[in-house]
Design a protein around this ligand. Structure first.
Ligand SMILES: [Zn+2]
Ligand SMILES: [Zn+2]
Length: 135
């Protein structure tokens, strides 16, 4: 059984997304551009982002997505993820998270020791994406 009744549509290219479940989150992978949308399962959605302190956010989004969050309809703001060079997008309305395929693969392949200020959210994300892309 599917967690959702309806497929989500990619906020970047509007193609349908394919669901992949992991233990901690539901990842939707775009069938066309390979972008990923992440929807945290557990509890309070903002908990997932709690470790990502406002001070760690760029004062201005570096990029915006033209599409909207497939879950809540909010906008996405892009920022560089902690000096990794990857631009990731966060929904301003929920804990939804979007990354292009290139960014997701870069995050999944991130092998440097994580800087100490990196929130557990990022460590979790690296784990998740490694799981998703290992096959
Ligand atoms: Zn797409
Ligand atoms: Zn949202």
């Amino acid at each position: 059984m599917s967690y959702r009744d309806n497929a989500l549509f990619c906020p970047s290219c509007n193609a349908p997304m394919e669901e992949r479940s992991t233990a901690e989150a539901l990842i939707d992978v775009c069938t066309q551009c390979g972008g990923i949308y992440l929807d945290w399962f557990d509890g309070e959605p903002h908990l997932a982002l709690a470790g990502w302190a406002p001070s760690a956010r760029a004062p201005n989004p570096v990029q915006r997505l033209s599409g909207h969050c497939p879950k809540c309809g909010g906008g996405f703001e892009g920022e560089e993820l902690l000096g990794t060079g990857s631009i990731v997008f966060r929904c301003t309305g929920c804990a939804g998270f979007f990354a292009t395929e290139a960014a997701a693969k870069m995050i999944a392949g991130y092998t440097e020791p994580l800087p100490s200020q990196v929130p557990s959210f990022f460590a979790q994300l690296v784990e998740l994406l490694r799981d998703t892309f290992k096959k």
